[in-house]
Design a protein around this ligand. Structure first.
Ligand code: SF4
Ligand code: SF4
Length: 67
């Protein structure tokens, strides 16, 4: 039997709300996020632990993490 693929979280970034402050990048403990120009982007989804810190710290409700 093959091992089931690890289920990854889903990170949603609202590009209209994100002002590119990089708070979420700074708070992410596993370096999942990076600034991709004016808005944040996901660079390493596999490293996301679903800790929700980015979601909690974003002042603009622009990033959400779903299990
Ligand atoms: S904390 Fe929020 S507004 Fe700031 S870069 Fe991250 S998603 Fe964008
Ligand atoms: S949920 Fe945690 S690990 Fe995942 S991107 Fe946000 S801060 Fe980083």
């Amino acid at each position: 039997m093959t091992q089931a693929a690890k289920k990854l979280p889903r990170i949603e970034i609202n590009k209209k709300l994100c002002k590119g402050c990089s708070i979420c990048v700074d708070f992410c403990p596993t370096d999942v996020l990076e600034m991709g120009g004016a808005v944040v982007t996901v660079k390493n989804l596999e490293a996301c632990t679903r800790c929700q810190l980015c979601d909690l710290r974003c002042p603009d409700f622009a990033i959400q993490v779903f299990d």
